[in-house]
Design a protein around this ligand. Structure first.
Ligand SMILES: *[C@@H]1O[C@H](CO)[C@@H](O)[C@H](O)[C@H]1NC(C)=O
Ligand SMILES: *[C@@H]1O[C@H](CO)[C@@H](O)[C@H](O)[C@H]1NC(C)=O
Length: 579
């Protein structure tokens, strides 16, 4: 891989020198397109996945060389604003310099070696992107996390992943201090802050002093790149391990027609860095030389988003459906977007009426994509193709997506079944490596020749997929995946709760919300229900991450159960959704 890239870059340098004189303007080079085409050939299986692959080395550093050879994309590679006037703009070359400094912090004082794991929990600060790239340069495995995690969640994640280091900001540091002694693998704590804190190293100080020289490690395409925690129906969140190639090359593959970015595009993905799939943005934009735009956005504010789109030349926007639901509640005709031309959404089902409202008021189509932490994009509505409102689009190459029965047999068009991705005879390279330390779960996710997503859908005769629901009990509230057991376990810690069942319930803004059906213990049965509801909500916020608290609570005398005594969440759920 390195060799042919080197070859292409050398060719670029030669052609720059050959075609124009020392003072002449270099003509646009065909080289980036050639490089992208080679990546695409790998993605489509026309060329084998290289043995070695590293996104920083094979993508970002190649762009640096192209810039040096005179081929500069019109926008910076990275553009960050805080909405109050502060701004950061980096070309690929500057991004290279900054991320090498960050890599020297990780590999130097932090002592991170290839394969060591680092938890990365930061708000939308430029450091998030630097540290992600620095992890690639040092071969450290990044574990992104949400900043609302409680002490208990953090302890579980640090213990399960045996992370050696954590980098975070002031708000989370006290919670880490409270549990550090229970996490023996955690050796270094890095703080992104302008002040110091005992027991922590100050990233910004170390960064200022760090050298700009760093040799990017050589990683094999299959070496781990990232670990994501994902909530399931039962038990604690599972660890999904991705390889250097699965995201780094995978997105160019399955996301390419959906995202459709070019060198002149400025891509704004409003989704939080805390999200498990935050790294997607970087893998979708940078291979094509596009600009990643980031607004610090301390909280979700529809007006700020609309004003930013009117003020700045953003061309491509990706928001979760929840956010589009908020945006269409504004009077969109009052805004004139400067350059917006392509809009993407994903993470949960998009309601057709939101798409129609957005389109009628802005003239822009909303392109929905569908994927999981385990995969990249599986289905999508690519730019320029016919959209069937309410459908999540067609299978995204190189994936072979089918609707199968519980034994893994392909079902005919129109039949409802499991959304499944073919993993035999060959596992797609953009797929996750495994559920870490959990071979049973990895094996259980496959049936016959397919990986079973856990979602149910049907495919029409034109190949469009129509989402029907999940066959597990995971709740997807405003695109946050919430396992019912995590909420039930939190409730169970309160003396008022005898037993509970937690399911999803429809909600006009968030799509669905957490609803808890609770059987009270006798001592509490005569308490004021409203007061108790508030108390239990506060309790859940305290015990587990606040976004998981039940927005709806119902007190019931008993829960539906199977003969063997298992609570039937599915009954409660269908009751909720029938109303
Ligand atoms: C990258 O560019 C190629 C060629 O111009 C295009 O086909 C593809 O859609 C782009 N990829 C992404 C991820 O936007
Ligand atoms: C935007 O970010 C979210 C989460 O961070 C991710 O799931 C999504 O795929 C990203 N979109 C694109 C087009 O990269």
């Amino acid at each position: 891989m390195r060799l042919w890239l080197r070859g292409l870059v050398l060719q670029a340098l030669r052609s720059t020198r050959g075609v124009c004189g020392p003072r002449g303007q270099p003509p646009p080079l065909p080289v980036p397109q050639k490089i992208v085409a080679t990546w695409e050939a790998i993605n489509l299986g026309r060329q084998p996945v290289p043995e070695y692959f590293n996104f920083a080395r094979d993508v970002l550093d190649v762009w640096t060389q192209l810039e040096k050879a005179g081929h500069r994309p019109p926008n910076p590679a990275f553009w960050w604003v805080d909405g109050l006037g502060a701004e950061v703009k980096w070309s690929f070359e500057e991004l290279g310099v900054q991320s090498r400094k960050a890599a020297n912090v990780l590999g130097g004082v932090c002592g991170l070696q290839p394969g060591d794991r680092m938890m990365l929990v930061l708000p939308r600060l430029p450091e998030w992107w630097l540290v992600s790239v620095a992890c690639m340069r040092t071969g450290a495995v990044m574990i992104p996390g949400v900043s609302q995690l409680t002490e208990k969640d953090l302890k579980y994640r640090l213990q399960a992943s045996r992370a050696k280091s954590i980098i975070t900001s002031d708000s989370l540091a006290p919670r880490i201090d409270a549990i550090s002694t229970d996490c023996p693998s955690l050796q270094t704590k890095l703080l992104v802050s302008d002040s110091s804190r005992p027991g922590w190293m100050n990233f910004r100080e170390l960064f200022r002093e760090a050298s700009t020289e760093h040799d990017c490690v050589r990683t094999k395409a299959q070496d781990p790149l990232a670990i994501y925690f994902t909530s399931g129906t039962t038990g604690a969140p599972k660890m999904v391990e991705h390889s250097q190639a699965s995201y780094g090359l995978g997105f160019v593959a399955s996301g390419r027609q959906w995202v459709a970015l070019t060198e002149s595009d400025i891509f704004w993905n409003t989704t939080d860095t805390a999200w498990v799939k935050a790294a997607w943005t970087l893998f979708s934009a940078w291979p094509n030389g596009s600009c990643i735009f980031v607004h610090e956005l301390p909280r979700v504010d529809a007006k700020v988003i609309l004003k930013t789109l009117s003020r700045l030349p953003i061309t491509t926007l990706c928001c979760v459906p929840t956010l589009f639901r908020l945006l269409v509640q504004e009077d969109l005709t009052r805004y004139q977007f400067q350059s917006l031309r392509h809009c993407l959404t994903g993470g949960e089902a998009l309601n057709p009426d939101v798409r129609e409202k957005w389109k009628s008021q802005t003239g822009l189509e909303l392109h929905e994509g569908y994927g999981q932490s385990e995969t990249v994009v599986i289905c999508a509505n690519p730019k320029g193709t016919k959209i069937k409102s309410g459908s999540m689009g067609k299978a995204s190459p190189p994936y072979d997506v089918q609707i199968v029965d519980d034994e893994g047999n392909i079902l005919p068009p129109g039949a409802e079944g499991n959304v499944a991705v073919r993993v035999r005879p060959a596992r797609p390279f953009c797929f996750f490596n495994c559920y870490l330390d959990n071979p049973e779960k990895t094996a259980a996710s496959e049936q016959g020749d397919f990986y079973i997503t856990g979602d149910r859908a049907r495919m029409d005769k034109d190949g469009y997929f129509w989402f029907m629901g999940r066959n597990d009990d995971v709740i997807n509230s405003a695109s946050y995946r919430i396992g019912p057991v995590e909420v039930e376990s939190a409730l169970a810690e309160h003396p008022a709760v005898l037993e509970s069942a937690v399911v999803s319930s429809p909600d006009p803004i968030r799509g669905e919300v957490v609803k808890a059906f609770i059987v009270l213990s006798p001592a509490y049965s005569s308490h004021d229900p409203e007061e108790l509801t508030r108390e239990l909500q506060e309790h859940v916020k305290r015990v587990t991450a606040p976004y998981k608290y039940p927005r709806k609570v119902a007190f019931v005398s008993e829960l539906p159960k199977t003969v063997s005594g298992k609570i039937q969440r599915s009954k409660l759920r269908s009751q909720e959704w029938k109303k």
